[in-house]
Design a protein around this ligand. Structure first.
Ligand SMILES: Nc1nc2c(ncn2[C@@H]2O[C@H](COP(=O)(O)OP(=O)(O)O)[C@@H](O)[C@H]2O)c(=O)[nH]1
Ligand SMILES: [Mg+2]
Length: 189
């Protein structure tokens, strides 16, 4: 499973937040702990996201919780996303993070999304995460603008064998986090 998007879109902090198993009781403390070591991702970051408790009944296997492996491909590598996607065969899952408060950044990488889609086989799934909704006043208007910048209506029509879903997300308050967690859970096999 891959997570791509432009530099600063919010990929690392989203994935770090998902690595924390439970939704936080103390939101402020969680955000502070996540931001301690955030550096721009130039290469690839690996994340392990908890999906399911250990199967204690199956004695043959060591009881370990099930985790999904997600690779973050830094925005600076956008031209090379395809190279990474090519390395894995079969059905692929892509989380595409776009900063809803920054139209210039999404326009810059939108073309690379199409390159990626060309590599995805039928049965693949793409989740478009519109991040930083907390910074946007007119969310619905901005979403219309972004869908058009990404040419999403056209893309959905063209790639009928790829399942697309979309969600709005904010690190602050955790809007959209349960949906993204559920998406990863459903598709990590
Ligand atoms: N306001 C706001 N800022 C965010 C959100 N998510 C990330 N950021 C900020 O965006 C910057 C880049 O985040 P990061 O996760 O490193 O982006 P990446 O380059 O895509 O991995 C950081 O300074 C974060 O504090 C969000 O949902 N809302
Ligand atoms: Mg990053």
């Amino acid at each position: 499973m891959f997570c791509v998007g432009s530099v600063g879109a919010g990929k690392t902090l989203l994935l770090k937040r998902l690595e924390c198993r439970e939704e936080a009781e103390n939101e402020e403390e969680l955000i502070r702990s996540l931001q301690i070591e955030t550096i721009p991702t130039v290469g690839v970051n690996h994340f392990e996201i908890f999906v399911e408790d250990a199967d204690l009944k199956d004695k043959k296997k060591k009881a370990k919780p099930k985790k999904a492996q997600v690779k973050e491909l830094g925005g600076a590598l956008a031209q090379n996303w395809c190279l990474y996607l090519k390395q894995v065969s079969a059905r692929r899952t892509l989380i595409y993070v776009v900063d809803l408060s920054n139209p210039a950044a999404v326009a810059e990488v939108a073309v690379h999304l199409v390159d990626c889609l060309e590599l995805l086989k039928g049965g693949s799934s793409v989740l478009v995460v519109y991040s930083k909704v907390d910074l946007v006043e007119e969310v619905e208007t901005q979403l219309i603008k972004f869908r058009s910048l990404l040419r999403l209506p056209h893309i959905r029509d063209h790639y009928k064998n790829i399942a697309f879903s979309e969600v709005t997300y904010s690190l602050y308050g955790g809007q959209g986090v349960p949906y993204i967690r559920d998406f990863i859970k459903r598709l990590c096999n």
